[in-house]
Design a protein around this ligand. Structure first.
Ligand code: C2E
Ligand code: CA
Ligand code: CA
Length: 281
């Protein structure tokens, strides 16, 4: 048993070493990757529950690494936040998403989906964020309302400096602001009253309890019901994330949740996949 334990330690050390090497290799390549456009954006539909119409998409960044292949954000966003490279990467994602919003508006007019983009804490700390967003909107020639910015409550709390004035600056431009992963971490609806927020995205972790008939977890179902009604009292739109089953969508619709996103509708994919949901104007 002792030898066993020792081996496990060796394995652990080796794993940790491999992880360190991978982290180092990835972060070393990242600045060049920003320059050489190895990043790309997939889009995932957000669907209105009352009529199953596409109302938005979420832009999700990916990295086509020349050596490691396609990497998901969970494999590099944390690292990019630590090194600060999330700032240029995030700006690139926003510019890319705004360009896509422009192309969809050209083809589909007013029924073009709103494009939702994730913002990291480090981006909220950037003194030029509001000006950058304004410039990007102008360059793409889209109304600010065509873009929604997703921030987690923990990103807002972690932000040093003046997150509130930044949020107000963004909201004053006319972009929509959504609280991402709502229900995890510090989530607090009462506190949101004091923020310029338009929507909450209910964390996928609630959806587990909404599976099946009757609901797998009646308490989760009750919590979601309460959150949706309280959010509506506060004038917030509610988007459910991680919806995988028709029963979850039915239950969310019955509860009055506004829209939903998840594999039930579509996985994230290239813009062409999204266009199957749309009729040319
Ligand atoms: P998120 O913002 O919560 O994005 C939703 C994640 O859930 C996506 O993972 C999406 O592919 C996944 N998902 C969608 N539908 C389902 C479903 O039905 N079931 C399950 N189990 N998962 C589903 P992805 O693309 O791997 O992104 C992971 C996270 O990386 C995102 O979580 C977001 O926090 C971050 N991220 C992605 N793109 C960006 C970006 O451009 N900037 C920043 N700062 N973060 C990003
Ligand atoms: Ca998000
Ligand atoms: Ca989320």
């Amino acid at each position: 048993a002792k030898a066993d334990g020792k081996n496990r330690w060796a394995d652990y050390d080796a794993d940790r070493n491999a992880r360190e090497v991978a982290r180092f290799t990835l972060s070393a390549r990242m600045p060049a990757a920003v320059e050489s456009e190895e990043f790309y954006v997939d889009y995932q539909p957000i669907v209105r529950l009352s009529d199953n119409k596409l109302v938005g998409v979420e832009a999700l960044v990916r990295w086509a690494h020349p050596e490691f292949g396609r990497l998901g954000p969970d494999q590099f966003i944390g690292l990019a936040e630590e090194t600060g490279l999330i700032v240029p990467i995030g700006r690139w994602v926003l510019r890319e998403a705004a360009g896509q919003a422009r192309r969809w508006r050209d083809t589909y007019g007013a029924s073009a989906p709103r494009v939702s983009v994730n913002l990291a804490a480090r981006q909220i700390e950037e003194p030029t964020l509001v000006a950058d967003v304004r410039t990007i909107l102008a360059a793409a020639d889209i109304p600010a309302g065509a873009i929604q910015l997703e921030l987690t409550e923990s990103a807002i709390m972690e932000t040093t400096g003046k997150p509130l004035s930044t949020l107000h600056g963004l909201a004053d431009l006319g972009v929509r602001i959504a609280i991402d992963d709502f229900g995890t971490g510090y989530s607090n609806l009462a506190y949101l009253r004091h923020l310029p927020v338009h929507a909450i995205k209910l964390a996928g972790s609630f959806m587990e309890g909404l599976r099946g008939i009757p609901a797998a977890d009646p308490a989760d179902s009750q919590i979601v019901t309460s959150l949706v009604s309280l959010a509506h009292v506060l004038g917030l739109e509610v988007i459910a994330e991680g919806v995988e089953e028709p029963q979850q969508a039915d239950r969310l619709g019955a509860i009055g949740c506004d829209s939903a996103q998840g594999w039930l509708y579509a996985k994230p994919g290239p813009p062409e996949d999204v266009e199957r949901w749309l009729d040319p104007a």
